[in-house]
Design a binder for this molecule. Structure first.
Ligand code: FAD
Length: 375
């Protein structure tokens, strides 16, 4: 450890999940951090998010466990069903990974926890700052999906529309019973739902639909369109959808992982480097992992270019695998006809006779510890 970050000035562009986590990690290692955020206030879309154990390890290492305890629920399982609500596969997280914590949380509450921790660590947050070119000094660009800094390093890249659109909504939830992420799979569509703390339930519903092309997150839609798309789904989906009053829709696009993550003083982080489809619930998780690793690399090596090269070398293979696995899940959830019957049959057999088989397929993802497995 060289403590190369001690007293060093760092600008972080973007006060999303990745930018705020990076700011805390850098400040904890002694850097003087300023976060520049384009929005006039810190908030986030009113949706839920799953944070899996690999990323929770970073949040714990940054001392956020007590704050998260009051704001998040522990996710105890992932259950797959067909569209009639019949079970296909149950992954019991408490049984298969008792030491690992998987959380579900309302995004604005996660941002609140990160903002408070950042301020306590001495980070300055400046709002209403739309950054179009990198400020002086060392810069971490966590400026999201449409990152101008990614473009600066990699040129303009055109994303590829997957032919899928997604709705997201929250509904009231009485909160009885354990927090389980439930996935309901039908031909050409699926719906994911889990409870959040503080009386809310999150819903994300995806359909194959060629006519929607916009990638923004906050286009309002008529809840009846969502209900119509999932009219063939039985209980509990039908009951949840009855309660939806406000819903947003957006198009799902595939982006290649950026080839170039850094120069000699600027580094990309999170969605700016590797936007992903939401089918593995790892976009924020990857941003949180990046945040720890970039701070650790910069602290370990006073040669900034070498430190940033190390950061990219550590992170790129892992995020590429995660993004590819999320792409594959998109196909698996939406199988039709005979393929679907065979796949569900295989999963039901695995559930019955080899319950560790499916959770074990993701050991590489969830058992990774960015805190000890990186430089
Ligand atoms: P963002 O959160 O997008 O933050 C970027 C920030 O930069 C914003 O605050 C923005 O205002 C600011 N900014 C942008 N441009 C500029 C500029 N020029 N100047 C200054 N500021 C700027 N991930 C999970 O891990 N688990 C999940 O369960 C999950 N569910 C999801 C569900 C949905 C419906 C969606 C859409 C995504 C989901 N994700 C999930 C993905 C996750 O939300 C993103 O990957 C994550 O938010 C990326 O964080 P980020 O900090 O890189 O970018």
């Amino acid at each position: 450890m060289t403590n190369a970050l001690q007293g060093r000035r760092v600008s972080v562009i973007g006060a999303g999940i990745g930018g705020l986590t990076a700011a805390i990690a850098l400040a904890r290692r002694g850097a003087e951090v300023t976060v520049l955020e384009q929005a006039p206030q810190l908030s986030d879309v009113g949706a839920g998010i799953q944070i899996s154990a690999n990323a929770v390890r970073v949040l714990d290492a940054l001392g956020l466990a007590p704050a998260l305890e009051t704001q998040a629920l522990r996710n105890t399982g992932v259950h797959l069903h067909d569209q009639r609500g019949q079970p296909v596969l149950r992954m019991d997280l408490l049984r298969h990974r008792p030491q690992a914590r998987f959380l579900v949380i309302h995004r604005p509450r996660l941002i609140q926890v990160l903002e408070q921790a950042a301020r306590q660590a001495g980070v300055t947050i400046r709002l209403d700052q739309r950054v179009q070119s990198p400020p002086d000094g060392l810069v971490i660009a966590a400026d999201g999906l449409k990152s101008p800094m990614r473009q600066l390093l990699n040129g303009q890249q055109v994303p590829f529309f997957t032919g899928q659109s997604a709705w997201r909504a929250t509904i009231p939830d009485a909160g009885a019973g354990p927090a389980i992420a439930q996935v309901f799979m039908g031909p050409g569509r699926h719906l994911v739902s889990y409870p959040l703390a503080h009386g809310l339930r999150n819903i994300v519903a995806v359909v194959e639909r060629r006519d929607w092309q916009d990638e923004g997150w906050s286009h309002a839609d008529d809840p009846d369109n969502l209900r119509a798309a999932f009219a063939a789904f039985g209980s509990p989906v039908s009951g949840w959808l009855e309660q939806v009053e406000d819903v947003s829709i957006w198009g799902l696009f595939r982006h290649p992982v950026a080839a170039r993550w850094h120069d000699d003083r600027l580094a990309l982080l999170g969605d700016a480097a590797h936007p992903t489809l939401p089918f593995l619930a790892q976009g924020a998780g990857m941003a949180i992992e990046d945040a720890w690793t970039v701070a650790a690399c910069l602290d370990a090596d006073p040669d900034t270019r070498a430190a940033l090269a190390r950061y990219q070398a550590v992170r790129q293979p892992r995020v590429t695998r995660i993004v590819q696995t999320a792409n594959d899940n998109a196909r698996n959830y939406h199988l039709q006809g005979a393929k679907r019957r065979v796949a569900h049959g295989v999963l039901r057999m695995a559930d019955r006779f080899a319950p560790r088989l499916m959770p074990g397929r993701f050991d590489w993802l969830y058992d990774y510890d960015p805190v000890t497995d990186c430089p």
